[in-house]
Design a protein around this ligand. Sequence first.
Ligand SMILES: C[S@@+](CC[C@H](N)C(=O)[O-])C[C@H]1O[C@@H](n2cnc3c(N)ncnc32)[C@H](O)[C@@H]1O
Length: 229
Amino acid sequence: MAPAECGYKHVVSAIAGAALAEAVESVDFGVLTVAFNRRVLRPRPWTITQANWAAEAARSVPAGPILELCAGAGHIGLLAGVLSGRRLVQVDSDPSACRFAQLNAEQAGVRDQVDVRCGDIGSAVMSSERFPLIIADPPYIPSADIGRFPDDPPAAIDGGEDGVDMIRACVDVASGHLSENGACLLQVRGPSQIAALESLVESRALVVRDAQVVDDERAIALLERVADN
Ligand SMILES: C[S@@+](CC[C@H](N)C(=O)[O-])C[C@H]1O[C@@H](n2cnc3c(N)ncnc32)[C@H](O)[C@@H]1O
């Protein structure tokens, strides 16, 4: 995929037409300009690390599309798709997030390369589908703590009682749909959730192969399939 030259104004007017015009903002994210509003999680600049890592991983994994779980406004998977030239499937259960993901793909000039599926991650992927590269950005804040983040939509950050409900769900999808020799880059809440992830993946034939820790609250883990002996 190649980044487009079409203007941001075009996307804003499309959003207005789609009744999502309430205080639409935009932010630069690598080569992209990403539109969003308060209904979806504001794009975090640090997550460009995940997109760049995915684009790098795309050079060595088998051919095929990227799957992004919990895509939100779509910028992380979209940047990885643009940088790698791969097709992209994005899943989010929130209709506003899906609309922004579609519009951001349109603005990047790659709408025909991006399949946005609005639904639960547990049902949006067909059992026969396999992906060599999976990006996952699940909500990971324990329910009792989400009040600390009043600007964020609760459904975008609430990871259940222990914070790992949606991480567990993403691992389940990765376990069922990651191609042989594929890679899954999963966002978690720092080193403590990497430790939780290590025990979660054990029973799912996956392993935490590497991690990039940004700080106590932010990290990305690389999951791979356990090699058959
Ligand atoms: C932490 S946000 C990440 C959004 C975006 N990737 C980002 O980094 O800004 C989590 C996203 O997961 C979505 N989500 C929550 N539960 C979901 C589910 N069961 N199935 C699909 N998406 C879900 C939310 O709507 C939200 O957009």
